[in-house]
Design a protein around this ligand. Structure first.
Ligand SMILES: O=C(O)CCC(=O)C(=O)O
Ligand SMILES: [Fe+2]
Length: 337
């Protein structure tokens, strides 16, 4: 059999397996979103966690508090590698640029023809631990803790090498992330990104409020992914000209965003490739733990990464070992957005 055919057969079998393995978490998602369960059990439990943790919240610096404030007000806060001054940011960016070259080469291989996005694999992350470690910086974690008002779970990173084919699929469709009530993604651009190079986009708070209302009144199914035109058509006349922001920026631009509360997408690039890393964070008792663990690292690899971190940060990576209750046993959902 030609190599390409074998590859396609393997890919189809893998997709089928992923769908099958994701059935328990799809059912759990359905149950946990039943109005009765959400309003009488899950939401009160979440509020109780927040109240209990209030006295333990660490104090942010003024610079960190400004980012928390922007997140609370707009759902998004913009910074840069320079402005954040996180240790080893140069090393981190250099490694990320090497990965970009590797993914570019991989994309050119005929086996990957037609793919809109290529992702980092675990061997690449293990080769450059600075990629994972950057996301576990104490200042970043303090910002997120103060936004979530809960202890932080660091869910690792996704690397998107996005090809300029204009296709609206995967995270290029408008969506909300499912992990938790509120969560944070930190996006870092690895190359300069303009309007034709697939900028990250997020709806304005006003448009998000209208979309949330459509979900409350069941006009829109919660967690439904949507094409650009579908959202546009849902919104009233006066909002048509400005219902989202496009975050164009230089390499090293850093975007903090609550991807669970706000509809967002990576705009399909039309002319230029885009390399970006998205670090994921939620609380240590997330609403849907079976949607966490999106990074390609296996549990043993995560434990290795945790061992490289200072004691006080390690719990952010190993939080899953201390998860309680039924949801701990539901296998992780394997389907992409
Ligand atoms: O690629 C992008 O800009 C969006 C990524 C995204 O939706 C996510 O990481 O949750
Ligand atoms: Fe997302």
């Amino acid at each position: 059999m030609p190599k390409r055919l074998i590859f396609q057969v393997c890919q189809t079998a893998d997709k089928l397996w992923q769908r099958l393995a994701s059935t328990p978490s799809d059912i759990a998602l359905f149950i946990s979103n039943l109005e009765f369960i959400e309003q009488n059990i899950l939401y009160p439990r979440y509020q109780k966690f927040i109240n209990t943790y209030q006295v333990l919240l660490s104090k942010p610096t003024d610079k960190e508090a400004k980012i928390v404030h922007d997140l609370e007000k707009y759902g998004v806060a913009i910074a840069s590698l320079d402005s954040l001054s996180i240790p080893n940011s140069d090393k981190f960016l250099k490694a990320a640029q090497i990965i970009s070259q590797e993914l570019k080469l991989k994309a050119e291989h005929p086996l990957h023809a037609g793919k809109h996005t290529l992702n980092i694999d675990s061997t690449q992350i293990l080769r450059y631990p600075e990629l994972f470690l950057w996301g576990a910086d104490v200042s970043l974690l303090r910002i997120i803790e103060n936004y979530l008002k809960l202890p932080v779970a660091y869910d690792g990173l996704s690397y998107y090498y996005s090809i300029p084919d204009s296709k609206e699929s995967g995270p290029r469709k408008w969506h909300r992330d499912k992990e938790d009530w509120q969560m944070i993604k930190i996006g870092v651009y690895i190359n300069d990104v303009n309007e034709d190079g697939g900028p990250f986009e997020c709806v304005t708070p006003e448009a998000n409020e209208l979309i949330s209302e459509a979900i409350r009144t069941k006009t829109l199914r919660r967690y439904r992914t949507a094409f650009h035109k579908e959202i546009q058509e849902m919104l009233p006349e006066q909002m048509q000209t400005h219902w989202f922001n496009s975050y164009v920026g230089k390499a090293g631009t850093v975007i903090f965003v609550d991807t669970a509360r706000y509809y967002h997408r990576g705009k399909p690039p039309t002319k230029f490739e885009r390399s970006a890393i998205f670090f994921g964070y939620c609380s240590r008792k997330p609403r849907h733990p079976f949607f966490c663990g999106r990074s390609p690292l296996a549990p043993s690899e995560l434990r290795y990464m945790a061992s490289l971190l200072p004691d006080e940060v390690r719990d952010c990576v190993t939080w899953r070992d201390r998860l309680e209750g039924l949801s701990k046993w539901i296998p992780k959902n394997r389907l992409k957005v």
